[in-house]
Ligand binder design. Structure first.
Ligand code: PLP
Length: 378
């Protein structure tokens, strides 16, 4: 009998080994992983460089507190600044996406002394008090009314943003591409309006890049397609390829002071080793370019197969919405074709594979999808 607090429906599959884009269960059955545990596996499972770097770090020192110098943190900040195109932003490290958003909201409030937050319909920012307050319900129900400071505007609606962002607003928090909300891409005009309104009113623009960041979309951050620079960028998921690590990139306009933000585990040696290994692999293997290329290849293949209601996304962040619930289709993909996929809502299949996904694996998915979609439309 399980002694766990039962909050997740579970597949009766236990992955015991993984390499690249593949997983094996306890019976030795091989699965293609097109989901990466909610976009976490960025450079592929058990990449030898990553394993080696973590192993060496584990044998050196795994943890000490932020009261001492940790050169790996500086290395991570420098490499992240360079690869992401934000070399003059400062990095604060924490342990998860929700925690990154909490710190972003806190920093915004310290900066302008305001409390009102603007978020958007169908957004998801995490499950801690502040992050859940800025989340538009979805399946998450906050037990008390944390939301009293948050106003939800319609996603991608330029006019509402134009009117709703006033000089009382502390922060505007938005995902460049909504993940849990169904792979909805921000239009350029929408993001540019948010940037301009924040400049006009003194509100802080936070781009939650926890899911749509870290090279997945073919640029380091998805908002870079729209040519805007946020004040704060939150990150997690792919940042550690499975080792828990999160952070915020902070524009030079914020002034740091002792005690402003804090953490026990954030920026620990092992997490930083994982973070540095991920960035090295992304750079050395041109994984951002690969995400763009294989993403386009998958999108073209899916378009050719057809049978869906809408296809959305960028790079290797893809949502295929059908006009029927996708539970059976996903079960077929998992149990017959041995492929892990994700879901958003009830009718959108969500693909968030490793950025190192190859053409061969993309073809395997397309072949399975073709077969199942043609069966469904008979
Ligand atoms: N923000 C976004 C856009 C997310 O997709 C998620 C998780 O799915 C979070 C924040 C919360 O991240 P975490 O579960 O690491 O706290």
């Amino acid at each position: 009998m399980s002694h766990l607090f039962d909050v997740y429906p579970l597949y009766d599959i236990e992955p015991v080994k993984a390499r690249g884009s593949y997983l094996w269960d306890q019976h030795g059955t091989e699965y293609l992983d097109l989901y990466g545990g909610h976009a976490v596996i960025s450079v592929g499972h058990c990449h030898p460089y990553y394993v080696d770097m973590l192993t060496r770090q584990l044998n050196a020192i795994s943890f000490y507190s932020n009261s001492v110098k940790i050169s790996l943190q500086e290395e991570l900040a420098e490499k992240l600044g360079e690869l992401s195109g934000y070399p003059d932003y400062r990095l604060f490290l924490c342990n998860s996406g929700a925690e990154a958003n909490e710190n972003a909201l806190k920093l915004a409030s310290f900066h302008n002394g305001r409390t009102k937050v603007i978020s958007f319909t169908k957004s998801f920012h995490g499950r801690t008090a502040g992050a859940v307050a800025a989340t538009d319900n979805l399946s998450i129900v906050a037990p008390v009314n944390y939301n009293k400071h948050v106003t939800f505007l319609p996603f991608n609606d330029v006019d509402s943003a134009e009117n709703g962002i006033t000089d009382e607003v502390c922060a505007v928090i938005v995902e460049g591409i909504q993940g849990v909300g169904g792979i909805q891409v921000c239009s350029d005009e929408f993001l540019q309006t948010l940037r301009r309104k924040c400049d006009e009113t003194g509100a802080i623009l936070i781009l939650d890049s926890v899911q749509c960041g870290y090279g997945r979309t073919g640029k380091f951050f998805s908002h870079q397609f729209s040519g805007i620079d946020p004040d704060i960028i939150s990150m997690a998921k792919g940042m550690g390829n499975g080792f828990p690590i999160g952070g915020i990139l902070i524009s030079p306009k914020f002034k740091a002071s002792y005690g402003l933000l804090g953490t026990t585990f954030g920026g620990n040696h092992l997490a930083c080793a994982a973070g540095v290994a991920v960035l090295d692999i992304m750079k050395n293997e041109n994984l951002i370019g690969n995400a763009a290329e294989i993403g386009d290849y998958l999108m073209d293949g899916i378009k050719e197969i057809g049978g869906y209601k809408e296809l959305r996304g960028r790079g290797l962040m893809i949502g295929i919405e059908f006009d029927f619930p996708v539970k059976d289709l996903r079960n077929k993909l998992l149990f017959e074709h041995k492929m892990f996929t994700g879901v958003a809502g009830t009718s959108t299949i969500r693909l968030l594979p490793s950025l190192a996904l190859g053409k061969k694996e993309a073809d395997m998915f397309l072949e399975a999808l073709r077969k199942e979609v043609s069966v469904t439309s008979l």
